[in-house]
Every structure is written in C-alpha cells, then in structure tokens.
Write a protein that binds this ligand. Sequence first.
Ligand code: AMP
Length: 279
Amino acid sequence: MKVAKTIAAVRAFVRRAARPVVLVPTMGALHHGHAALIRRARKLAGSDGCVVVSIFVNPTQFGPSEDFSKYPRTLASDQALCREAGADLIFHPDVSAMYASDASVFIDESRLSDGLCGASRPGHFRGVCTVVAKLFLIVQPEIAVFGQKDWQQLAVIRRMVRDLDFPVKIVGHPTVRESDGLATSSRNRYLTPEERLAAPGIYKALRTAAAAKTPAAVLRTATRALAAIPGARIDYVQLVDSETLEPVRNLKRSTTLATAVFLGRARLIDNIQIPPIIS
Ligand code: AMP
C-alpha cells in the first residue's frame, strides 16, 4: 500500500493501475464502518483492480463554528486500518494541494441539499460536492463507495453524478453499528461515558418509530423517543422520500426517517429506511 500526498502522485499511480479503480472518500479517524466500505471496495475491485482511499478533512464542508480544527486526525492508525482492509493507495493531500487560496469554482446541488443536514449546515453539501467532484477528477474511479449512514450525502452525490455525467458508479454501503446499535462514527469519540451510554437511544427511537403506520405517527413516536434521551437536543427529525428527500404524506414509497441529535459536543446523525406499505 502506498501513500500519496500530491495530485500528480495519485495520477501517476492510477494511470498504471489495473481497472476497475474503486474510490472510498473519507475524512480519516477511520473506524470499522470505514473498514467495511474499504473491504466492499476491495471486493468490487477484485484482486487485480485498485482500491484508493482518500483521507482529507475538507475545510469547505465545515461551517465557521463547526469542528474543522478539532476534527480527529489519526493518520498512523488510519494507515494500518486501510492496509488491513485491502487498500492499495491512500490519498492524503494537504489543504493547499486541494484548494488554491483564491479558489472560486464550487459545485452547488440545489434541490436535495436544502433540507435535513443542509438546513442546519448551510454550505455543507456545496463543500461535499466540490471535494467529491475533485476526487473523481483526480482519481478517475470507475466505482465509488459511500455509506448509507450519510443518506442525504449519498442522495446528493448520486444526483451530482447523474446531472454532471460523471462516469462513476455509486455504491451505497449499509450503516455499520456498534453492538448496542449506535451508528459507528468518528464523532462518537466526543461523547462522555454518560453520553455514550445514552447514544444508542437514537437508533432505538428510529426503530420504534419505523413500526408506526402513518407519517404523523412515525414522526410523533420518533420525536418523543429522541426527546427522552438524557442530555439530547434534537436538531431535526424528518420523514422523507428516500430518493427525492421531499417530506412525505403517506408511506406508499420507500421513505427515510432521518435525524440529527446533539449530545454534548457531538452532533450525531442516523437514519432508517422504511419500506413502502402496500395496501
Ligand atoms: P467520513 O469520514 O465520516 O466523511 O465518512 C466517509 C465515508 O464513510 C462516508 O461515505 C460515510 O457515509 C461512510 N461511513 C461513516 N460511518 C459509517 C458507518 N457507520 N457505516 C457505514 N458507512 C459509514
């Protein structure tokens, strides 16, 4: 496994690589959720193809009062995890390698990005789309793997790929959880022991609510259960069409119950897919 710091080094590596090239974009502080994505990428690439993991804490997707400077950076253990999971190349650029100081071109998805996390994190998906588009242009993968934990991100990236004709197949990987149901996240390390004990209540709330029979009942149940988690503050809880992310009035199509919850220093997101009720 190699580590490349520059765009030129990545380009030289993938030019010589056997296809398919499969990309897993990350911000590092890797955990077993990321490892599952990298193993999935390894399977998709086969033994001949090439798995590239990018590790880049992307400043343009953080708001001014968010945790960009405090975001955990754990390159040594990230490298070990990548090697074990079957990566061939880590792309770990400095901010200056990715953005000119006067960069002025960004990609704005203008429909799916407004609600959910986009409402509380203005500009977040502009940063995500821009960096993912740049990674696609640098690495030129045939396939890219993203986690379903970030459901809105996955939907926005699929839309960008569709609308801008990126020749990349997007693969969504199911959310990896701790044994108590908490979605694995780099931000879980912000939790105090008490908050960590309370945090599985988020997924429990989503699961309980997903069994309700109407959108109103789903939302009512979820809101009540989330509000009962000690120390939790709900940022949002919404039931949306899984593809368009529009709020729904019935459960006839696949829906996504998505939430973001503040617990101490951490803002945790999770979602559950609700299959259509066929009557
Ligand atoms: P991040 O480093 O948090 O930006 O995440 C990088 C990629 O890993 C994204 O596609 C995430 O959706 C995915 N990911 C993060 N946590 C999980 C998880 N618990 N299960 C599945 N995918 C995840």
